[in-house]
Design a protein around this ligand. Structure first.
Ligand SMILES: NC(=O)c1ccc[n+]([C@@H]2O[C@H](COP(=O)([O-])OP(=O)(O)OC[C@H]3O[C@@H](n4cnc5c(N)ncnc54)[C@H](OP(=O)(O)O)[C@@H]3O)[C@@H](O)[C@H]2O)c1
Length: 238
């Protein structure tokens, strides 16, 4: 049986991903802070699954929790690092900014690094990291969020080079969503799509072992345009 771990499975993209991967026959390890949501999800899914509470802010503890889940499950071939925090940055507030850095950068790096070391030991595997379209531009209204996601995309690109150098069958997939209708979105801007539609495209990219995917696919146009627009114009919107 194929085994996968989803870090950040209690809500939104991770929750729907669990539903769609379980339907494809995966046995899952579900991680996040809200254990009651993970237990509910595990009950809802077909088959037997594993649940592990974790808070990426406590990075050292999260690392031991991921390691023990990998050990207990047996042969994990896919790890999705999906946990992320996005919050209103209308006021610059260190509590908000530091939580974003802790989860989106520190926690993300620790989970990705440990996943990679597991795949190197195992002789292959697949790491999926959830970044954002926000990685492609600086944002005056959500500056730390944009910067953390630029880190995520850059880091995964570097990890892909490392995987290639290992000569092992290790795939690194960078996921850059646009607007997806999940609890993270405070409003529903034009172009927001349902989480079901977004995750269907994500699962297709996972099955095809893609290096990179925009979800939904049409955001590729926005990503290209961003690079030709002058900064003074971008600043009017973000
Ligand atoms: N929705 C969008 O439009 C959009 C766009 C671009 C990128 N993304 C990215 O997509 C990913 C998933 O977001 P979403 O939209 O599905 O939002 P969401 O519904 O708020 O889900 C966020 C997930 O991250 C987990 N998480 C948050 N803080 C955590 C912590 N300290 N430790 C461990 N897990 C933590 C949450 O679990 P607990 O709270 O239970 O810990 C939850 O499972 C994020 O990386 C986000 O940046 C989303």
């Amino acid at each position: 049986m194929k085994q996968a771990i989803i870090i950040g499975a209690s809500s939104g993209i991770g929750y729907e991903l669990a539903i769609q991967l379980a339907a494809q026959g995966y046995q899952l390890g579900l991680m996040a802070r809200r254990i009651e949501r993970l237990n509910e999800l595990s009950e809802l899914l077909p088959g037997e699954h594993f649940v592990q509470v974790t808070d990426l802010v406590d990075t050292d503890i999260a690392r031991t929790q991921l390691a023990s889940l990998i050990d207990v499950m047996g042969d994990v071939e896919l790890i999705v690092v999906n946990s992320g925090v996005g919050a209103s940055e209308k006021k610059l507030d260190w509590n908000v900014e530091s939580q974003m850095i802790d989860v989106n950068v520190r926690g993300f790096t620790a989970m990705s690094m440990d996943a990679m070391n597991h795949f190197l030991k195992r002789g292959g595997g697949h790491l999926v990291g959830v970044s954002s379209l926000a990685a492609h531009l600086s944002g005056g209204l959500a500056l730390t969020y944009h910067a953390t996601k630029a880190f995520v995309s850059n880091y995964l690109n570097g990890m892909r080079s490392r995987a290639a150098r290992s000569r092992l069958p290790i795939t690194i997939t960078t996921v850059e969503p646009g607007f997806i209708d999940t609890p993270m979105l405070e409003t529903k801007p034009i172009g927001t799509v349902s989480v079901e539609k977004a995750v269907t495209q994500l699962v297709r990219a996972i099955v095809r072992k893609k290096n990179h995917v925009y979800i939904t696919r049409r955001w590729i146009i926005a990503a290209k345009i961003i690079y030709i627009l002058p900064n003074w114009l971008i600043r009017k919107f973000v």
